[in-house]
Design a protein around this ligand. Structure first.
Ligand code: ADP
Length: 409
């Protein structure tokens, strides 16, 4: 089935046309500067790639997500730059949705009721949900007869037990506002843990910690193929230090800084999401590549920022092996996890008590590889792998499953 996977951001729309029969990405691309009003230099831009053969970039006005979706469909069906003959060859659309709130845990077919419920999720993810809704409406306008499916970043974590998702605050706030741990990066944790289970040759009885480390980072405990805990919580702010997000800090620091710096709640929110993490500590950059360069040049704050992240991930691996009563495998994935061997080394150093031993030479060479690579030594009790994530594939498969069931009905 040809599934158009859409990831709509506030001014961007990432897409992939994925064939679930052949596992081939037929085309992919990115629309940027959507809704920027057509001012010079920011009038809307599409980058479009087909099968590694066509690679083009065009400036085209994109006042809204519906227009951007129309341009994507035009590109996909273009006689010269396209890969399909007409729009009907797009058999389904799968949307990546960051937060399903308390309404959604499983992927779902879009209808009016689903859109109305997603609108109620705006409070949970105010930056992400409105653009998602624009992307959905854009596709509905351009492809009214094509089934659309929502796949949630929170979905994989639905199996987390109560003691791991309820916060120790008055229970009434869970009932009143649905404040609980939801967890994110679900499609990534699902994909890499499933790949790890294939490598282990079983799902039942497996105990895996998956470390998704990118601009946003989260760790998940996956037992018997199911998520049982994860570091991100009510929002993607909780957990380990990230590019610009603080991760978990003493909650009293929040009110302390608000009082001292005269911050409004909105300003504090911005501070914790945009000015902390690697950027805040290093005062250099939120990008781990810049930090590794600064470390080589002797910058102590850059080293501290990376050491904090490594230490926190190490602690989660320890905590989750306790939660699962054992550990079979650790997986590193996403931008930092897949490409930064130094942080993998920092995390895995002195973990032999847990049975983790990595081969530093293989680890060092594991960079930008398309497939899973084992970086643990032959005698390591715990397998350690680098597995490139593929969130789009999970979205395409979930979408195809739902649409195939619809056809059977
Ligand atoms: P996002 O969460 O936005 O999807 P990514 O998964 O792309 O982010 O991760 C971004 C991080 O990955 C940055 O800190 C960047 O430094 C790091 N990264 C990406 N590519 C490389 C690379 N080739 N070598 C080292 N680090 C990389």
């Amino acid at each position: 089935m040809n599934v158009l996977v859409v990831n709509a951001g506030s001014s961007s729309l990432k897409y992939q046309l994925f064939d679930t029969n052949t596992n081939i990405v037929k085309a992919k691309g990115l629309c940027e500067y959507i809704g920027s009003g057509g001012t010079a230099g920011t009038e809307g831009n599409i980058k479009h790639k087909v099968n590694g053969k066509i690679n083009l970039e065009r400036a085209i006005p994109m006042p809204n997500h519906a227009v951007a979706t129309g341009i994507v469909v035009e590109m996909l069906t273009h006689h010269e730059f396209g890969c399909i003959k007409n729009m009907d060859e797009i058999e389904a659309v799968g949307h990546r949705i960051v937060h399903g709130g308390s309404y959604f845990s499983d992927s779902v077919l879009v209808n009016d009721d689903v859109v109305a419920k997603l609108e109620k999720c705006i409070d949970f993810a105010p930056l992400h949900t409105p653009p998602h809704l624009m992307g959905i409406r854009g596709c509905m306008e351009v492809m009214p007869d094509t089934p659309q499916v929502l796949v949630f970043d929170t979905g994989f974590h639905k199996s987390i037990p109560e003691e791991a998702y309820i916060y120790p605050i008055p229970y009434k706030y869970y009932e009143k506002y649905q404040i609980r741990r939801y967890g994110f990066h679900g499609t990534s944790h699902k994909y890499v843990s499933q790949e790890m289970c294939k490598i282990l040759g079983r799902t039942e009885g497996t105990k895996i910690v998956t470390c998704h480390m990118g601009n946003g980072s989260s760790v998940a405990a996956v037992k018997d193929g199911k998520g049982i805990d994860t570091s991100m919580g009510f929002t993607p702010l909780e957990g380990v230090s990230m590019g610009t997000r603080s991760g978990s800090i003493d909650p009293a620091i929040v009110t302390f800084i608000m009082k001292k710096e005269n911050f409004t709640p909105q300003r504090m929110d911005e501070f914790m999401n945009k000015e902390c993490g690697l950027l805040g500590v290093s005062e250099v950059s939120n990008d781990s590549r810049d930090l590794e360069k600064a470390i080589k040049e002797g910058n102590p704050k850059a080293l501290l920022a990376m050491n904090i992240l490594a230490y926190q991930i190490k602690k989660y691996i320890g905590a989750y092996s306790a939660a699962m009563n054992g550990l079979d495998a650790v997986v590193f994935t996403a931008g930092i996890g897949e490409n930064n061997y130094l942080i993998r080394e920092r995390i895995c150093r002195d973990m032999d008590y847990l049975g983790i031993k990595i081969d530093e030479k293989i680890n060092e060479k594991t960079l930008l590889l398309p497939n899973a690579v084992e970086i643990s030594t032959g005698d390591s009790k715990v397998k350690v792998y680098v597995i490139p994530t593929n969130e789009e594939l999970v979205i395409a498969y979930d979408t195809a499953d739902i649409v195939n069931n619809l056809i059977k009905m």
